[in-house]
Write a protein that binds this ligand. Sequence first.
Ligand code: 9B3
Ligand code: ZN
Ligand code: ZN
Ligand code: ZN
Length: 418
Amino acid sequence: MKALLFLGFVAVVSFGAPGDKYAGDKVLRLWLENEQHLQFIRNVSSSVKVDFWQPDSAELVTTNRSVDFRVDAFGASYVQAELEKIGLKYHILIESMQPLVEKQFDRNKINSTGYDYEKYHRLEEINRWIAKITVEYPTLISRFKIGWSYEGRHIYLLRIGRRTGFMKPTIFLDCGIHAREWISPAFCQWFVREATKNYGSDSTMTTLLNKLYFLVVPVVNVDGYVYSWTKDRFWRKTRSRNPGTHCMGTDPNRNFDAKWCSVGASRNPCADTYCGSRAESEKEVKAVANFIRKYKGIKAYLTIHSYSQMCLFPYSYTYSLTSNYKELDTLAHNAVKALSSLHGTRYEYGPASIIIYPSAGGSDDWAYDLGIKYSFTFELRDTGRYGFLLPESQIRPTCEETMLAINYIATYVLNHPY
Ligand code: 9B3
Ligand code: ZN
Ligand code: ZN
Ligand code: ZN
């Protein structure tokens, strides 16, 4: 019996399962109506540890919007009591976090027929998959390394499309900029699978792959992703050290060179939206930016995040509209319409500054200002029922509907050369 218990313990640790770290954690949603509510939320972190889910940090909270955040059992009882006192109504989005977290960690993730696209995968599995699918489709896929992470891991890029020997318009698609948004890497993998599987049978995909290249980075923030599997399921940032503090990491989506750190980002290394010591201080951001700068022919930049069901486009760093606002708005409208046609999932769309909050240093704004005029951030499912803990049963419907939006945009880009 002792031996069994011991073995069980070893297995849990070596697979990086969450233990009972999240027992008692809850996710609460508030609607802030006035200054008093706002002050409460801004100051709550001094009394208890709260993990902001939506928006992504305390600084971004404003009145007349909802806030989702995670607190532990102790924090929850404190916060709930305080909320009653100031008469702020709240809603418990997730009553008990532990079972949801446990469900996402390892079980039998490789089935007999090969890779399971309806599971979340740890980085080593994703890297093995990258190697394997590249070998399986030598005429459609090439694998590149675009750089190394802070902790020395490779960042891979897959180029997908029929090899022609001449330049083709190219669509850049990245996933996993934020570590805890696990549905994002799952989507990039789904995209590559659909592209390869449907080439030659589905006419849309065949045309796209004949006439375009897709450049897909399945996981940008590789260190953070590993950390979200091994240490902290809700880690968002990179894992670089910050001098003078024990707080680690920079928000890669505040670290791009787009009006860097001017708004909606934090100078505090302990914040989840820390912009870093300078633009492109993060090796992962630098790798993506350098690649995009030197690769000629990128006509669209698409980046996948979660959660909140939105299709966002520039600008995020200012309320000013881009010169092609009307075109982007129509394109987003139609992409979202295609997405919704499958399961009725509702998406909001528009400039990020207006739809979520103004914030600088994002990859979409940076790509747009570089001259890539079709630049979109997708925030996939859900709207907060599960948040970052989106169950694996939703991987398929989420990816299927998102494919429709991405294919719509790709087809549009193909038909509107510039
Ligand atoms: C944020 C920025 Cl700064 C941007 N340019 N585009 C989208 C977003 C939203 C994502 C973020 O980084 O907060 C959502 Se997770
Ligand atoms: Zn796996
Ligand atoms: Zn994100
Ligand atoms: Zn998000």
